[in-house]
Design a protein around this ligand. Structure first.
Ligand SMILES: Cc1cc2nc3c(=O)[nH]c(=O)nc-3n(C[C@H](O)[C@H](O)[C@H](O)COP(=O)(O)O)c2cc1C
Ligand SMILES: [Mn+2]
Length: 472
């Protein structure tokens, strides 16, 4: 059996990481709030079985709400994920298998039937003026010159029964591909895939080279070729075991206002000029499950989903700096918003190692990382209290903090300086920012007396006692 959304839902339910909600929930007014509370108050995904206005539909939220859940879905654990998945990628990407038919073709809506209003698309935040957005939209496009496909997770703004706005980041891969079609005056065919195993979602936010088809990353993560089937009305291949596919076209050289929407740092940026998709056909599985991926305020699914592939890429990048760095963990703090703060848990062995590592950490294919913090192995890099302890007791700002001005930064970082428009077709102003390197370690292992000095004391008897033994 292929690994898909349904096998994953069964798995997280079995591990008590899913809340099944049987009472009526309204995608337009309260689904987002319930899903947000499920993850942020109980660390659980939500499955909605009774959706107001959408009989026979169900929806899942926050299935990618934490590293713990995604790692479980990939047959590993939160703590072993970076080494295990890094190994799978290093052993080689895996090409998909082309199939003639698949479950995603069980139902086909053409013509007037292909109406977006029939899908239980939800309203994410109070910033969005009551407009539903598809947060879980994996956009599959095909380069017109090479035939290589690209996947990018890009939200869709619902504008009518057959029309969606699409937020295409200027200069990223969908834009590069789109500009090639537009130069020839042609529409770009695009397949919007909704609902599948987290491996597809992790691959779709993975930042890699334009030449790499992210479906091969999905194969490597799952350690098997995935099944791909041709769309009905456009020349694009899509996963045969997905829940829903919206086939459409991006008309050439045309843009209109997109947004406002709750962005990944937890705020809204208002509207910008972006392309649209005209819908041609919708295909889906029987009893399709809608994936109501929640955007916006942390912890939304944007942070762990941006962060998990980022952690994998950064781990692979920094562990070989200077030959070898003893890296234990890399965490893009999901509760910090925007994936701007990255904490590296490591054992520093020699002078200079931490600074060199932090330079690589903050200079990679990813633009989000702005503040890099190195901590020792006795600090929990997932825990804010533990990180604060290291910042408080192991940092001398004069010698442990470095600021690098005028570097590339994420355009969504509103603290960064706006540059004059350099000709981006969307009038999207590039920003220039700065980076902060923080060495919050005790010092290198070659100075054991220095490290010993920073050893935290332990309450008497702590290591031998268990509270349960003394209760009742
Ligand atoms: C939940 C979520 C939503 C996202 N939405 C968008 C979006 O609307 N537009 C966009 O350009 N990137 C968005 N991203 C980031 C892209 O998915 C990411 O940059 C991806 O690597 C782009 O694909 P590419 O590397 O093939 O260009 C989103 C990421 C996440 C996790
Ligand atoms: Mn790409």
């Amino acid at each position: 059996m292929p690994q898909d959304l349904r096998s994953y839902i069964d798995l997280i339910r079995e591990h008590k990481l899913l809340l099944d909600i049987k009472k009526e929930v309204d995608p337009l007014t309260n689904l987002a709030g319930i899903a947000y509370r499920g993850e942020n108050e109980q660390g659980k995904a939500t499955m909605f079985h009774n959706l107001k206005g959408y009989p026979n539909w169900s929806a899942v939220s926050y299935m990618c709400g934490s590293r713990e859940k995604m790692a479980l879905g990939l047959g590993t654990s939160k703590d072993k994920a970076l080494v295990e998945l890094g190994g799978r990628i290093a052993r080689g990407l895996i090409k998909p298998k082309i199939v003639e038919d698949g479950p995603v073709k069980e139902i086909v809506w053409q013509g007037d039937d292909a109406d977006l209003g029939r899908l239980p698309i939800h309203v994410h935040s109070d910033s969005d003026r009551g407009v539903p957005f598809i947060g879980s939209a994996m956009q599959f496009v095909k380069d017109p010159e090479t035939g290589t496909q690209n996947i990018a997770l890009q939200r869709d703004h619902i504008k009518g029964p057959k029309k969606m706005g699409i937020f295409v980041h200027p200069k990223r891969h969908t834009d590069i591909c789109m500009q090639k079609y537009w130069k020839q005056g042609k529409p770009m065919p695009v397949a919007t895939v909704i609902g599948h195993h987290p491996a597809y979602y992790i691959a779709s936010t993975w930042t890699t080279s334009y030449e790499t088809d992210e479906i091969d990353i999905t194969g490597a993560l799952l350690q098997e070729p995935v099944n791909m089937v041709r769309c009905e009305t456009i020349d694009v291949m899509v996963p045969a075991d997905a829940e829903i596919v919206i086939e459409g076209e991006v008309p050439p050289n045309y843009m209109e206002e997109e947004g406002p929407f709750c962005e990944h740092a937890g705020m809204t940026h208002g509207t910008l000029q972006h392309p649209i998709i005209n819908v041609k056909c919708i295909t889906m599985r029987k009893n399709a499950i809608y994936y109501a991926l929640q955007g916006g305020r942390p912890i939304s699914e944007s942070q762990p989903l941006d962060g998990f592939p980022m952690e994998l890429v950064l781990y692979a990048r920094i562990k070989d700096v200077g030959g070898f760095i003893d890296v234990k963990d890399v965490v893009a703090l999901p509760y910090a918003g925007g994936s701007h703060i990255i904490v590296v848990q490591m054992t520093p062995r020699k002078m200079g190692e931490v600074r060199s590592m932090l330079m690589a950490l903050l200079s990679s294919p990813y633009l989000h990382p702005k503040i890099g913090i190195a901590v020792d192995e006795d600090i929990d890099p997932h825990n804010a209290q533990s990180i604060m302890y290291a910042l408080s007791t192991r940092v001398n700002p004069k010698s442990d903090v470095f600021i690098i001005p005028d570097t590339l930064c994420h355009t969504g970082d509103l603290t960064a300086e706006l540059l004059p428009d350099t000709g981006s077709h969307m009038g999207f102003h590039p920003r220039i920012g700065s980076k902060m390197l923080v060495d919050a370690t005790k010092g290198p292992a070659l100075t054991p007396e220095l490290r010993a000095y920073f050893e935290p004391v332990k309450p008497q008897g702590l290591v031998n006692v268990k509270l349960e033994d003394f209760l009742g």
